[in-house]
Design a protein around this ligand. Structure first.
Ligand code: 6CS
Length: 338
């Protein structure tokens, strides 16, 4: 009798194949979509997350960069439906689903200082304890939030004061508070999904938009604008989450792998971004030497700063007691890192 038949007769092969089937069933492929390209901030974060998961478990992560599965709103729907296990969606878009996420668009709330900003995201009770509860109500396990860089505004004409925004259509992400911000700044806000922005600038449907500098460079937005202005009003925030049913169904060991990968990728992405804005400014200057880049002085910023109060009131109007409590905690957390 051959060894094969001996093993078969003894039921060994059957049990070996059962074991390998069990092992295979535990080694899953998890799908993770994000709103940016592979070599942009969200893509770098996702690649680090994938590397950590794959180094510390048998699971595999399949990455879907911007455009492969649709717009930001599409990937969020897919994550809520469980088609995706992980998704990166910025509060700029989530604000429509979770109104409190719009707190990130109250102007001049986040600190300019990078270390303070990073420490805020590491330690904030509002970010790390209150937001997870709000996301959970939408079937999402919030894993982390992190900043992507100071927001600059690209336009076709110079902007030194709110009057310069008169009749200027500025594209914003699709959330009502950003609309309120740009109204308060004197502009005509125009919410659009990302895929329509370059074309709308090219055809003149809109004349401006806001984004962090690395994104202005990588998406060549300098080709469809002549001025980049920093009024110091915000830093771009994003968020990574898991489908809640998927996450709840993980073993404790897998949950730990996910949490450790989240933490490792978080620290990695903060380190990755050091010096990124300055490098991107150099990149833009090299690509378009006659582009005008302006950092408004404190005095020039004051009228924009003065508009922040009415945006904060609009935030409370949109979110009620829940938003008020969140904003208070947010401010307390900011105070604690000063
Ligand atoms: O402006 C936007 O829509 C995009 N901006 C950034 C920096 N990331 C993703 C988002 O879709």
């Amino acid at each position: 009798m051959s060894i094969f038949r001996t093993l078969l007769a003894g039921g060994i092969i059957a049990s070996v194949s059962t074991v390998s089937a069990m092992t295979a069933a535990q080694a899953d492929t998890w799908r993770y979509a994000f709103e940016e390209a592979m070599d942009e901030v969200q893509g770098k974060y996702a690649q680090k997350f994938k590397e950590e998961i794959e180094a510390n478990s048998d699971h595999e992560i399949q990455l879907f960069p911007y455009g492969t599965l649709g717009e930001s709103a599409d990937i969020m729907e897919q994550a809520q439906a469980g088609i995706l296990q992980f998704v990166d969606q910025s509060p700029g878009f989530t604000g429509a689903l979770i109104p409190e996420a719009q707190v990130f668009f109250v102007p001049y709330l986040l600190p300019d200082d990078e270390e303070q900003l990073f420490e805020f995201f590491r330690t904030s009770k509002a970010v790390n304890e209150m937001f997870p509860e709000l996301y959970a109500k939408q079937g999402l396990e919030l894993l982390t939030m992190f900043p992507e860089g100071e927001v600059g505004i690209t336009t076709k004409e110079p902007v030194n004061a709110p009057e310069d925004f008169d009749q200027v259509k500025v594209r914003v992400m699709t959330n009502p508070l950003l609309v309120e911000s740009y109204k308060a700044f004197g502009a005509t806000p125009t919410p659009l999904p990302w895929g329509e922005v370059y074309g709308a600038l090219q055809t003149g449907i809109i004349q401006g938009q806001e984004n962090p500098t690395f994104y202005i460079l990588s998406n060549k937005l300098y080709e469809v604008s002549d001025y980049l202005t920093y009024i110091g009003h915000n830093n771009f925030t994003t968020a990574v989450m898991a489908n809640q049913d998927f996450y709840a169904g993980l073993s404790d060991a897998d949950k730990e792998v996910v949490q450790n990968a989240t933490d490792a990728a978080f620290e990695y992405i903060l380190e990755y971004q050091k010096g990124q804005t300055a490098e991107a400014i150099e990149g833009i200057k090299a690509a378009k030497p006659d582009y005008t880049i302006t950092v408004l002085s404190d005095e020039q910023r004051q009228p924009f700063r003065d508009a922040a109060g009415q945006v904060e009131e609009a935030f409370i109007g949109m979110t009620g007691d829940s938003g008020k409590a969140l904003l208070e905690q947010f401010k307390a957390d900011l105070e604690a890192v000063k």
